[in-house]
Design a protein around this ligand. Structure first.
Ligand code: SF4
Length: 342
């Protein structure tokens, strides 16, 4: 895998802004390249870089608030390309691109996708530049291919683990989705949110995976957690403290609905919502967390129900005697606050 950070952009920012100290954060998979970049910046410009050691899973994990605390001049958030290039007062988004090609895996996929003539294409940040050649290749094989339009936060055809709002509007125009890249995390999210057959095209292994099984398994667990929470009388409503996930309004709304329906609520706030952090709150029978929805949808380690926003909506519907419907099938599982900051 060759993921390249857009170093030229970093050099341009440094030359234009002339910082003395730069705060950097990047996902785990890019730490090696990020450290090499920090060294280059030091050698070329004499600029000190501080690497944030906190978790960085998505575009929600910007560290704009920490710039002043560390007496830095600006922040570089690496690897989560988006339609926005600056966030908050100090943060610049720096792209990272994987230059692997998809030709071979598209040829493999053409056989698997044969029963579906209308294909929706989607991918995550690192493979966005592959959408056009893949679209052309599939079209040359007779498929009708749609790519969802970009919006205020995401580029054309892009999805995040919690936001599928580019693909959602085209779901009725397609018979199946093809997700480009070796990320089961994104592909299974797309399958769940679209409610359509979804296939992951892995260019490294030249493998095409039907996400049906993985999506059904997560969906069952998500539904089960909602029904388990239905019996709870004491809830913890957790607001995430990460910059792009601060759903204060949602936490208030859910708290109010639970209290209106006779449940006791203890409100909590934390940066990382983990089994260890929730463990001491023994009196709480079920949690709703309004931070990253994937903590709930993919979380296999919790000893009590920990519901995401869509699951909480389903819970409230059930408590109030309404049908929850297909609660995971929606364009966004959380309204990321990243795009609103810029
Ligand atoms: S909130 Fe969304 S962008 Fe942030 S880590 Fe979770 S899935 Fe990724």
């Amino acid at each position: 895998m060759t993921v390249r950070i857009d170093e030229n952009k970093v050099f341009e920012i440094i030359e234009a802004k002339k910082p003395k100290v730069v705060l950097v954060n990047a996902p785990g998979g890019l730490l090696k390249q990020t450290k090499e970049l920090m060294e280059k910046v030091k050698q070329r410009y004499g600029v000190t870089s501080v690497l944030s050691g906190d978790s960085c899973f998505g575009i929600c994990d910007t560290v704009d608030d920490d710039v002043e605390k560390l007496q830095a001049d600006l922040a570089l958030h690496i690897g989560h390309n988006a339609a926005v290039t600056e966030v908050g007062d100090y943060t610049y988004l720096v792209d990272a691109i994987d230059d692997v090609e998809f030709g071979e895996v598209v040829d493999t996929a053409a056989k698997v996708l044969a029963p579906y003539r209308r294909i929706g294409l989607a991918t995550f940040s690192q493979h966005l530049q592959q959408l056009k050649p893949v679209k052309e290749r599939l079209e040359s094989k007779g498929f009708q291919v749609s790519v969802g339009r970009g919006n205020n936060l995401m580029l054309e055809g892009q999805v995040f683990g919690c936001d599928f709002s580019t693909s959602y509007p085209i779901r009725e125009q397609v018979d199946a989705f093809a997700f480009l890249g070796e990320s089961e995390f994104h592909a299974v999210g797309l399958a769940l949110a679209m409610g359509k057959p979804t296939f992951m095209l892995d260019p490294y292994m030249n493998e095409v995976t039907d996400m049906k099984h993985a999506a059904e398994e997560r969906k069952k667990r998500a539904i089960l957690a909602v029904y388990k929470a239905l019996d709870a009388q004491v809830f913890g409503v957790v607001t995430g403290l990460k910059e792009g996930q601060k759903m204060v309004g949602r936490s208030k709304w859910i708290t109010k609905r639970l209290e209106m329906n006779g449940r006791k609520v203890i409100q909590l706030a934390m940066r990382d919502v983990t089994a260890e952090r929730l463990a001491p709150h023994r009196e709480i029978e079920a949690f709703v967390q309004t931070a990253c929805p994937r903590i709930s949808v993919d979380g296999f380690t919790f000893d009590r129900p920990v519901l995401s926003i869509p699951q909480a909506d389903a819970l409230v519907a059930l408590i109030e005697g309404r049908e929850p419907g297909e609660f995971l099938e929606r364009p966004k599982w959380i309204e990321l606050t990243v795009g609103l900051i810029n």
